[in-house]
Design a protein around this ligand. Structure first.
Ligand code: NAI
Length: 554
């Protein structure tokens, strides 16, 4: 053997070589490929010579990240990393989740959707347009992954509180699935973001030369539902173990689709059920601060859409669980919508509101409803910025020693009030939570850390429990169990700071514990398609992917 002859190390089978390897984001390690791997995989010379550890790569990513001037630029930067090196993207995201969640998800993702056609770099996810009807199965056949376990699908009609974004809404399923992976360790290759493009009512988009979806008004009615059904049937045929999460549909279609499919396939709607669970958890935590029982609560919602009605249903179930009759429990939840208090005598109520239309006088506005009903908590899910004004917060503070004020509308610009307003106007007595994040507030020497009623506390853990057990359906009992687990994890220390949720730093632990609570329900209710192990928590944890580079040599 001449001194120059090298013995080529063996590489794991099935790996692409050369540039193809560097261009595969799931396999690419960038400058972290070892010298032996570079030789064996035909990439020597295609990378700068120095070899870096993942930690060093992370430092470089962060340096670039911090140099960006706006959150939208940070979003584009992180998306670029996700497109190049998925493992490093998730390492960075998990290590800096609290800082980066508002960038990859609400509120920045809302801006990213609004500018989607203008900042577009590379496609991500799958688009089925109405023009593909009759051929959706073929479209799904083009997706390269055989073992999809979580599908997040939107039709873009009601993106956050921003209204109809049409095909530009794709940012939402993409962002949500990033959170499934970062928070609960669902493997990225098992996640599929989908946009059903049926047109848009957003005339500005239809006229924008860079808009990337169908330039027509929305398909409605039977044709619309038939198209969604075609997608669901094709998706569950190809990926029978997949959980299908509905996301940001308009409120009429969202309720209809959930009712149509929830007992047929493994599905849930995060805007309805996920929001409900996180809000119930926040309420249960708040009651640890007020010391008052759930049975004595009277909750007034501003907004009777998906979020509001979903929360009302779950809270009513919880109140009934605490000893009230179902009717009494529902009478503890009241709604004000754009026309005033939701009451029986109104003739203009959409069907999803009717269950909460009580016998009571018509009252045209929120302040009047607060004065008449004397609620212990007000929950804003209306998309109406500043609707909780000084008079509202002061009135709530006169009625309650510790008023519970949740301003959940997203993004930040739509919040019913800010954290600072809630604490200042209530003289530091409000128990406040919001949908989008707010900075800590110091009032009269005390610093309050507002809790963010972020659905990311719930849906990744629920998804993990469902994936681990291959559950047939997603049930309300699973969401109640998830809410109870989340409230239990919130520590005394969190509560003392004013925060009704645990720190997002603990999100992997939170998701694992919620996953286990959901898995327990799946096993006890006979919904699991895998054998029940002795250690359910261990099963759930074993399904959590950790972003680490693997060695490509044998
Ligand atoms: P939706 O469109 O289904 O419902 C909005 C409701 O607000 C409708 O009932 C509408 O009648 C009502 N509304 C509109 N103008 C009003 C006014 N002037 N006064 C009273 N009510 C009015 O929307 P959805 O899904 O219920 O979401 C509402 C908000 O909640 C959004 O901003 C969304 O981002 C936010 N949200 C927050 C979550 C969280 O914090 N975890 C989760 C889900 C939604």
């Amino acid at each position: 053997m001449s001194p120059k002859t090298k013995i080529a190390p063996c590489v794991k089978p099935g790996l692409p070589r050369g540039v193809a390897l560097l261009h595969d984001p799931m396999l690419n390690k960038g400058s972290a490929f070892t010298a032996l791997e570079r030789d064996a995989l035909g990439i020597s010379g295609l990378l700068p010579p120095e070899i870096f550890t993942m930690e060093e790569q992370e430092t470089r990513v962060l340096e670039n990240y911090q140099r960006k001037q706006t959150n939208l630029d940070r979003y584009i930067h992180l998306t670029g990393l996700q497109d190049r090196n998925t493992t490093l993207f998730y390492r960075v995201l998990i290590d800096h989740l609290e800082e980066m969640m508002p960038v990859i998800y609400t509120p920045t993702v809302g801006e990213a959707c609004q500018k989607f056609g203008h900042i577009f770099r590379r496609p991500r996810g799958l688009y089925a347009s109405y023009n593909d009807r009759g051929h959706v199965a073929e479209i799904l056949g083009n997706w390269p992954q055989a073992d999809v376990r979580v599908i997040v699908v939107t039709d873009g009609e009601r993106i956050l509180g921003l209204g109809d974004q049409g095909a530009s809404g794709m940012g939402i399923p993409v962002g949500k699935l990033s959170l499934y992976t970062a928070c609960a360790g669902i493997h990225p290759s098992q996640c599929l973001p989908v946009t059903l493009d049926v047109g848009t009512e957003n005339a500005a988009y239809r006229e924008d030369p860079l808009y990337m979806g169908l330039r027509q008004r929305r398909v409605r009615g039977e044709d619309y539902y038939a198209f969604v059904a075609e997608f669901i049937e094709a998706a569950t045929e190809r990926w029978p173990k997949a959980l299908v999460q509905f996301e940001d549909f308009g409120n009429t279609t969202a309720f209809h689709l959930l009712e149509r499919w929830r007992n047929e396939i493994c599905t849930f709607n995060d805007d309805i059920q996920g929001t409900a669970a996180v809000t119930l958890a926040g309420l249960l935590s708040a009651l640890r601060l007020t010391g008052k029982p759930l049975l004595d609560q009277r909750i007034l919602f501003l907004g009777a859409g998906e979020a509001g009605i979903g929360i009302g249903e779950l809270i009513a179930t919880a109140i009934a669980g605490a000893g009230a009759t179902p009717e009494e429990a529902r009478r503890r939840c009241w709604f004000v919508d754009s026309k005033g208090l939701v009451v029986k005598s109104r003739s203009d109520l959409a069907s999803h509101k009717v269950r909460f239309a009580h016998d009571f006088a018509q009252i045209p506005d929120l302040l009047g409803a607060i004065q008449a009903l004397k609620p212990t908590a007000i929950i804003g899910v209306s998309t109406v910025a500043k609707a909780f004004n000084q008079e509202i917060v002061e009135t709530m503070s006169r009625l309650n020693e510790r008023p519970i004020i949740f301003a959940l509308s997203n993004p930040t610009s739509k919040a019913e009030c800010s954290a600072e307003e809630a604490y200042t106007w209530s003289r530091g007595n409000a128990i406040f939570a919001s949908g989008s994040p707010f900075e800590p507030v110091t009032y009269q020497g005390k610093t309050f850390v507002p809790g963010q009623g972020n659905n990311a506390y719930i849906f990744p853990g629920v998804g993990l429990g469902v994936v681990a057990t291959e559950a047939r359906y997603v049930t309300d009992r699973m969401f109640s169990a998830a809410a109870a687990a989340l409230a239990e994890i919130t520590s005394r220390g969190d509560l003392e700071m004013g925060r009704v949720f645990p720190s997002l730093k603990r999100i992997r632990e939170v998701s694992a514990r919620i996953g286990a609570a959901v898995a327990e329900v799946a096993f006890s209710d006979g919904l699991a398609r895998v054998e029940e192990p002795d250690d359910v928590f261990g099963l759930v944890q074993s399904k959590m992917w950790i972003p680490r580079y693997t060695d490509y040599l044998i």
